[in-house]
Write a protein that binds this ligand. Structure first.
Ligand code: NDP
Ligand code: CA
Length: 330
């Protein structure tokens, strides 16, 4: 069946009940742009009908809503109005920021530019402010964007920040370097916005853990982040950010990342790799659960997208507990 469950520290499987109290459930997902998916990606093993918006739109909404997230971070959104209307009816409000020169616009049957979006549950969270950024590379604007938002728990008044991005796609050493520069700009932007507030930084980074940007983000002394899917099975005392050996911290984290977050077949062949992440502030947030990805047999031999999975990326769903500030204020 299509139902996916939350893994509770890899022991039991808990289905999508909403989180309690001040806990935060984040859903991170590259939903696959309708225009790009249908007319540009070349998913040779996906039936054409499965790629139509009529087919995909309810699968996307269903996947989001069945997980009951408090915060939703999306990439490749080119139907923001639709999502705003449907998710709006379920008590979510959203922010959208398009790419400045979205590739969608060069395809005839487009529905506007694609971009990033953040939605949050209105009855639980209050938007305290947000900012957007066109990421810069060597001081020049690129075609990739980020959004950062400050959210306040209505129940307790406690605040956290969430930021999302979709970095430059494609393979090659030069592009890996470019993504690393985008990551450095992202860090500056997010640090300036969030200050010392607990942070969730997620997105489609288009980079496997071995790429420089992974170490740039996890090794960043300004933000002191960990990676949620890499840390979820660890005991609390093991996940604390070690200040003395960043190289070891990064390489250990890298090895614990899931085997894939996207799995597709194009003309050039099959691509199965980990490029989407949820980074978080381990000093201030505890990672409690991460949603498992479907396994090979569930996904099927034609991989994704498919009649069952509307995007070539899987959704990452994480439950966090907001921890009290430590005594030194960190
Ligand atoms: P990116 O290189 O970041 O990629 C754009 C999209 O293409 C992403 O959403 C990405 O998905 C997807 N993608 C990744 N790999 C492939 C692949 N092998 N085949 C098809 N699609 C893929 O785009 P930029 O924002 O930097 O924009 C550059 C692109 O925009 C150009 O490649 C061009 O196609 C288009 N463009 C066209 C112009 C024109 O005149 N025709 C002018 C300007 C731009 P994911 O992130 O999920 O991997
Ligand atoms: Ca894509």
């Amino acid at each position: 069946d299509g139902l996916r469950c939350l893994q509770l520290n890899s022991v039991s499987r808990v289905c999508s009940a909403p989180v309690e109290g001040d806990d935060i459930r984040l859903l991170q997902w590259n939903i696959l742009s309708q225009t790009l998916g249908q007319h540009n990606d070349g998913f040779v093993r996906c039936p054409e009908e499965a790629l139509t918006w009529e087919h995909r739109k309810y699968l996307i909404v269903q996947e989001i809503l069945q997980n009951q997230p408090d915060v939703i971070c999306l990439q490749e959104v080119d139907h923001f109005k639709f999502l705003q209307t449907v998710l709006g009816s379920q008590n979510y409000a959203g922010i959208f920021f398009p790419k400045p020169d979205s590739p969608c616009l060069y395809i005839e049957q487009n529905n506007g530019p694609d971009g990033c979006a953040i939605f949050y549950k209105r009855d639980k969270l209050q938007l305290q402010g947000y900012d957007t950024r066109i990421l810069e590379v060597w001081r020049v604007q690129s075609n990739q964007v980020a959004i950062a938002a400050r959210l306040r728990m209505r129940s307790s008044g406690r605040e956290f920040c969430v930021a999302t991005t979709h970095l430059k796609a494609r393979h090659g050493a030069l592009l890996a370097k470019l993504r690393n520069e985008q990551g450095r700009d992202l860090i500056r932007f997010v640090k300036q916005f969030a200050g010392d507030t607990p942070l969730l930084l997620c997105g489609d980074f288009n980079a496997e853990p071995v790429e420089p940007i992974y170490a740039t983000i996890l090794g960043c002394d300004l933000l002191r982040l960990g990676s949620a899917y890499a840390d979820v099975k660890l005991e609390r005392e093991e996940v604390l950010h070690p200040s003395e050996d960043v190289v070891e911290f990064v390489s250990k984290s890298m090895k614990r990342e899931p085997p894939y977050t996207t799995w597709k077949i194009r003309e050039e062949g099959e691509e199965c790799h980990t490029i989407d992440y949820v980074f978080y502030t381990p000093d201030r947030l505890k990672i409690k659960n991460c949603l498992d990805f479907p396994v090979g047999e569930q996904i099927g031999k034609n991989r994704t997208p498919s009649f069952q999975y509307p995007s070539d990326h899987f959704s990452l769903v994480c439950d966090f507990e907001l921890l009290p500030p430590t005594e030194n204020g960190k």
